[in-house]
Design a protein around this ligand. Structure first.
Ligand code: PMP
Length: 416
């Protein structure tokens, strides 16, 4: 049942997922019923119609990235794209066979990637590859110099997210790409939070493999893409899913035509509207951050001051607990510092990685704006957060003690 106006929850969790743009849904609808063919049906009209639609979508996704349409592999989302890129490269370019006892190859990534990169890397580690997980500096931004210092003669792959999903920090991806190209190392970027929001040119940015996901750019869930460079260098992958040989053999299975049409349309819209939308979102984010920090003491915006995505704000609020804050702002759909990790209330490994203490990592909110966020949503969200933080602090003995000038770090707490 649709929520009434009064109990409408303001959606500020666009980094978790975005609603489908109605223009995307409209483009998809005929492919469920009228044009329902299988692209593999080469001998009748239904198949040809489906294939033509997939060709168009492939061109649209390629255009978003400055790529050739032959370089786009459709997958089920960024998790699958990351797995295919990382494991696919590792198995194809290994330096020593499994079970030989020798290092099968060295991979460089970071300790604050999404689990969809961390976990494939950890699996490869168990299988005999060596992985360097670079720790972030306090501002969260990885530079080419940091990667350069970790390169070894047997490094086969660097996988670095373009922008972080929790704090929105932007890494030096084009510089890291150039470094990898100069050293003949394959470079993969998880661009799930970047693609469709910020410009990509795989040639200029020296990218060999790039993952993206439909549901982060106003397309449907369960569809994504992997860009695979075909020349200079030609990147080869070992397939993870075997079968009918679709997607140039890299990803077997009947194509999700409706999803692909939706992703294509979403990519075309994102490309056309990116500049204006980016500026609008940046203004919204800056307004949100400055309104919150000017009305509340003891709060800090996490991540680099400027090298951050326009639409993600991550703020720590001293003397409150993130989960209680979320409970106190039920009219807001936001994410706490622990939401992405699991149902357990472990503080975010990303914030901890940046050196944010457990206390503050627990008291953080991620607010992420999107295409359908209005100015009035920001005003309402700020009002609700400010009110909730003040109320929770009124109940906080720690905040009282702090205001009385007691140095909490020196207090000896009883151990029972
Ligand atoms: N990488 C990043 C950076 C993400 O933010 C996400 C989604 N939270 C993923 C990968 C996984 O994407 P998908 O849901 O399409 O598998």
């Amino acid at each position: 049942m649709a929520a009434s106006r009064e109990d409408r929850v303001i959606y500020l969790d666009n980094a978790a997922t975005t609603p489908c743009d109605p223009r995307v849904v409209e483009a998809m609808l005929p492919y469920f019923t009228e044009h329902f063919g299988n692209t593999g049906s080469r001998n009748h009209r239904y198949g040809w119609e489906a294939e033509a639609a997939v060709d168009t979508a492939r061109e649209q996704v390629a255009a978003l990235l400055g790529a050739d349409e032959k370089e786009i592999i459709f997958t089920s989302g960024a998790t699958e794209s990351n797995n295919l890129a990382i494991k696919g490269v590792a198995y194809m370019y290994e330096k020593a066979p499994a079970g030989s006892g020798a290092c099968r190859g060295h991979i460089i990534t970071t300790s604050i990637e999404h689990k969809a990169v961390l976990d494939p890397c950890k699996r490869l580690q168990k299988e005999g590859f060596e992985v360097t997980f670079l720790d972030p500096p306090a501002d969260g931004v990885f530079t080419a110099a940091m990667v350069e210092a970790a390169i070894r003669p047997d490094t086969i792959l660097v996988s670095m997210m373009w922008a972080n999903n929790e704090i929105g920090t932007i890494n030096e991806v084009p510089q890291i790409g150039a470094l990898c190209h100069a050293r003949d190392i394959i470079f993969h970027t998880d661009a799930t939070q970047w693609a469709g929001k910020m410009p990509v040119d795989v040639e200029r940015d020296c990218i060999d493999l790039l993952s993206l996901s439909g549901h982060k750019l106003y397309g449907p869930k369960g569809i994504g893409a992997l860009y695979v460079r075909r020349r200079k260098p030609r990147v080869r992958l070992q397939a993870l899913v075997d079968g009918g040989g679709q997607e140039r053999g890299y990803r077997s299975g009947t194509l999700n035509v409706t999803g692909i049409v939706g992703l294509g349309k979403a990519a075309a819209l994102a490309k056309a509207e990116m500049d204006a939308e980016g500026q609008r979102l940046l203004a919204l984010r800056k307004r949100l951050e400055s309104m919150v920090t000017s009305q509340l003491d003891h709060c800090a915006v996490n991540g680099h001051a400027d090298k951050r995505l326009p639409h993600i704000a991550n703020i720590s609020f001293g003397f409150v607990e993130g989960e209680s804050l979320m409970m106190a702002c039920k009219e807001l759909a936001v994410s706490s510092g622990s939401a992405c990790t699991s149902a357990s209330l472990e503080p975010s490994y990303v914030l901890k990685g940046l050196g944010v203490g457990d206390e503050l990592a627990h008291s953080s909110l991620r607010l992420s704006m999107g295409r359908f966020t209005k100015d009035s949503d920001i005003d309402a969200a700020v009002a609700s957060i400010v009110k909730a933080v003040r109320k929770l602090r009124e109940l906080s003995p720690l905040y009282d003690m702090h205001n009385e000038g007691i140095d909490l770090s020196k207090v000896e707490w009883g151990h029972h």
